[in-house]
Design a protein around this ligand. Structure first.
Ligand SMILES: Nc1nc2c(c(=O)[nH]1)N[C@H]1C(S)=C(S)[C@@H](COP(=O)(O)OP(=O)(O)OC[C@H]3O[C@@H](n4cnc5c(=O)[nH]c(N)nc54)[C@H](O)[C@@H]3O)O[C@H]1N2
Ligand SMILES: Nc1nc2c(c(=O)[nH]1)N[C@H]1C(S)=C(S)[C@@H](COP(=O)(O)OP(=O)(O)OC[C@H]3O[C@@H](n4cnc5c(=O)[nH]c(N)nc54)[C@H](O)[C@@H]3O)O[C@H]1N2
Ligand SMILES: [Mo]
Length: 766
């Protein structure tokens, strides 16, 4: 592969995106499939794009496919197959030596498999035999809490609902979930602040806002369809401000591949017109600085008899905690704010000015805000900023967490949660007639800890790549192999599947793009996007193999073989998914007339109380929640220690690698790089192209045994005292114990590290 590092000077989108789409299609799909699949994706009658959770404008765009979606679809609709013959030829130990890319590149799984430890191979097994063996093992445990039920966010509402029903009838609330590694600070932080753990905006609001603040996310790569909305906002003259340690092309300028004139004339739309390179982990400092200036300016205006900048009526009618917040931010020292945020007083002042002038602000944020030791506080400071000007529950304003997987939000709504509400449990009992467990279960960190301590004995994974997505593989990988039972439902082979336990099963599932045929005919499933729109999705492609089962059918199969006296009518539900939706409606009242409303083109909206200024908090107000200090590790902030963030490249989907390029950051054919600013590189005595080793630091500042060797330095336009590299390669740099206490999210974006230059004779390269 041709390795190179060069400055990417083009816009986001444009011909580059179209070329990438064409390449993905050429390599993975045959022509007939691509035409059907792409034109039907996210349309009223087609399937929901598995790429991301950004909503679609009424499902009417004639060609609203983005590069991300095309890659996700062609990844699933590939003609490559990992058959039982493939597994007969490759032992698990051999496969373990393959790269993550090579594992998934072996193609779609075709048959149910069971691990044979004597031969060290996965072998074909009949579905029913496998279900019965799993059921027998699960019935051995007296304590259902020794089983962990993991969910990844592509799971449909229907499959997720059946899955939680099975686990609860079995007797546990252990639901580790990819959301625990993603937007848990949103669920926890927003719930405490405004009473709803979800975003409050809809796409309409983007048409009415006058300012969008994009903080800690990279839409050019991770939510490309959002660029179309940002472009419209820029074109109508509203402002976009970016706050990100890295200069991300997707926040700067964009050529819409759907717009023939822009494409032919090579024009681009400027997106962000102000860009601030906040230091990694410096957001609370920056936000407190902004709030301090805003409040000071407001006070000055009020002293002169003007109205000022705060929405005083909103603050007094709708909120609680303003005085505490006010005194906290006014007492925060400017020296500390500038040190920790890495921005100057003038920069923060200009940001406060932009915000003060805005009447309708939306804040969009992603993993740059959530994946920190203080992710929840980060989210709450964003809310504080919005509340000061009444920017929640008014048209054109609100909070917009950019969700990850296409149904990660829906899975939570239909019951994948370790802390179920009483009303949901009561409704389950009323509708189904069994008593679900009340005791709270495990989220991802607790679940992984239980696996490491040996108290967890079995793990069922509904998709995903749990072991690789979580931190600390040096410890966790070995412990996963000590379990009694592991069951994976997956479309493609990945490393977690190779961590075989005493009994291991790997089940191939139908993908979102494929026809799901059941007794009553072809089925639709439903998903909820980031803006709480629920809509149907129906696969159109012929399944990758005749032996595949749907996720719903597999769960029902395992449930029937495990719960011999089950009160749930598993067969009826799977025969026609309308029956599952009726059950969802019975348990979660927001889904009233589910089957009827899902037939409307575009689906329906799940109401959001905070968006109507109804506050479901204990105080029945929106809460300003202030946070003491600047939440920074003072050592890293003041003594120039380096903080490492692990991010996604352009050619990856979480732990799935589509390729080796990171186009907008100018890295091609490789991933073994670390990004650093010019000033920081000079201070550390390194130059572009040098090889360096990174060593993670322990809380006391001493060096740990976690390291990455021989990374190549890329000088990048970014904040000082900040380093960036890619996950999953860097996931072991984070200790399992390094997470946000409130939400449990691993601090993937703030790993304290030291960097050493490798000298030629000592260089260890990958
Ligand atoms: N193509 C593609 N699409 C995806 C995914 C994918 O892997 N590939 N993943 C999906 C999933 S599950 C998710 S959760 C989303 C993730 O979407 P994003 O949230 O965009 O994810 P990251 O790539 O982790 O990038 C986060 C951004 O945060 C910035 N950042 C790092 N540290 C800080 C900080 O301390 N403060 C601030 N302000 N910014 C910081 C980084 O520079 C980077 O630009 O995307 C979804 N969509
Ligand atoms: N260091 C570091 N670690 C991170 C992050 C980070 O920024 N830095 N981000 C975190 C985030 S935000 C997330 S969401 C997690 C992601 O964690 P996961 O959701 O566990 O991981 P994915 O990589 O999305 O899962 C990929 C696998 O899903 C399976 N799959 C794909 N489609 C389907 C389907 O339709 N059905 C089923 N059953 N299986 C399917 C395939 O087998 C594929 O190999 O990673 C987290 N880990
Ligand atoms: Mo995510």
């Amino acid at each position: 592969m041709n390795k190179k590092i060069e400055v990417y000077s083009g816009p986001a989108g444009g011909w580059g995106a179209l070329k990438a789409v064409a390449k993905a299609l050429r390599e993975q799909m045959n022509i007939r499939h691509d035409v059907i699949a792409l034109f039907d994706m996210n349309k009223a009658e087609g399937f929901d794009c598995p790429g991301c959770a950004w909503p679609d404008p009424n499902h009417t765009a004639s060609f609203d496919i983005c590069e991300n979606g095309a890659k996700a679809v062609s990844w699933e609709a590939t003609s490559k197959r990992a058959t039982p013959e493939f597994f007969a030829h490759h032992t698990v130990s051999e496969l373990f030596e393959w790269s993550d890319f090579e594992l998934e590149d072996s193609g779609r799984l075709t048959h149910p498999l069971k691990y044979n430890p004597t031969k060290d191979c996965f072998e074909r097994i009949e579905w029913q035999v496998a279900f019965d063996e799993i059921g027998t093992q699960l019935r051995q445990y007296n304590d259902p809490d020794v089983v962990e039920f993991y969910t990844s966010g592509r799971t449909s509402n229907e499959a997720a609902f059946l899955y939680q029903l099975f686990a609860r009838e079995y007797g546990t609330n252990n639901f580790p979930d990819c959301s625990n590694m993603c937007h848990e600070p949103t669920s926890v932080g927003l719930a405490a602040s405004i009473g709803v753990g979800k975003g409050t905006v809809s796409l309409d609001d983007f048409e009415h806002c006058d300012l969008v603040i994009c903080i800690g996310h990279n839409p050019g790569t991770n939510h490309p369809r959002m660029l179309t909305s940002l472009r419209e906002i820029a074109l109508r003259g509203a402002r976009i401000v970016a706050i990100n340690p890295m200069q991300e092309r997707g926040l700067e300028r964009f050529t819409a591949p759907q717009n023939p004139i822009e494409m032919l004339t090579n024009t681009q739309t400027q997106l962000a017109n102000a860009y601030f390179h906040v230091r990694i982990g410096g957001d609370v400092a920056l936000l407190k600085g902004m709030m301090r200036r805003l409040i000071e300016k407001h006070d000055e205006q009020r002293a002169e008899g003007n109205i000022g900048f705060l929405d005083e009526a909103f603050i007094s009618d709708h909120t609680q905690g303003f005085q505490d917040l006010r005194s906290d931010v006014l007492n925060t020292d400017w020296h500390d704010i500038t040190q920790v945020s890495g921005l100057t007083y003038e920069q923060i002042e200009s940001l406060a000015d932009i915000y003060a002038q805005s009447e309708r602000t939306i804040i969009c944020y992603g993993m740059g805000i959530t994946q920190h030791q203080h992710g929840t506080q980060n989210v709450q400071q964003l809310i504080n900023l919005l509340l000061l000007k009444g920017n929640i529950g008014k048209a054109g304003a609100g909070i917009c967490p950019l969700r990850g997987h296409s149904n990660v939000q829906g899975d939570r709504t239909v019951g994948i949660t370790e802390k179920p509400s009483e009303s949901m449990l009561n409704n389950i009992e009323k509708h189904f007639g069994f008593v679900p467990p009340k005791k709270f279960g495990h989220a991802a960190i607790e679940s992984m800890k239980a696996i490491c301590e040996g108290s967890a004995r079995a793990l069922v994974c509904m998709g995903g790549n749990f072991a690789v997505a979580m931190p600390d593989r040096t410890v966790t990988f070995e412990r996963m192999t000590q379990l009694d039972l592991v069951v994976h439902l997956a479309t493609k082979l990945n490393r977690s599947h190779l961590l075989t336990a005493k009994q291991s099963y790997l089940f191939p599932v139908l993908g979102r793009t494929e026809i799901d045929m059941q007794e009553s005919g072809a089925q639709s499933i439903t998903v909820e996007d980031s803006m709480s729109m629920v809509h149907a999705s129906r696969g159109l492609l012929k399944p990758a193999s005749n032996t595949l089962m749907s996720e719903c059918a597999i769960i029902a199969g395992i449930a029937q073989s495990t719960l011999l006296n089950s009160v749930v009518k598993w067969r009826t539900m799977v025969a026609d998914y309308d029956n599952i939706r009726n059950a969802i409606e019975a348990v979660i009242p927001e889904f009233y007339k589910f089957n009827e409303r899902i037939k409307q083109p575009g689906g329906f909206y799940l109401p959001n109380a905070a968006a109507t200024r109804c506050w479901l908090t204990a105080s029945q107000k929106a809460n300003f929640i202030s946070t003491k200090g600047l939440l920074e590790d003072p050592r890293s902030a003041f003594n120039s220690e380096l903080v490492l963030a692990t991010v996604r490249s352009h050619d990856q989907y979480n732990t799935t690698l589509y390729g080796m390029n990171d186009r907008y950051r100018g890295v091609f054919g490789r991933r073994d790089v670390v990004f650093i600013s010019t000033t920081q590189a000079r201070q550390c005595g390194v130059n572009a192209g040098d090889k360096v080793n990174l060593v993670a630091l322990l809380p006391d500042g001493k060096r740990s045994t976690r390291s990455m060797l021989g990374l190549t330095v890329v000088i990048y336009d970014m904040a000082d005292r900040s380093l960036v590299t890619y996950f999953p390669e860097a996931s072991h740099m984070l200790a399992l114990g390094n997470y946000d206490i409130q939400s449990g999210i691993p601090a993937y974006k703030s790993i304290p590290v030291a960097m050493d230059k490798c000298f030629p004779d000592k260089a260890t390269s990958h």
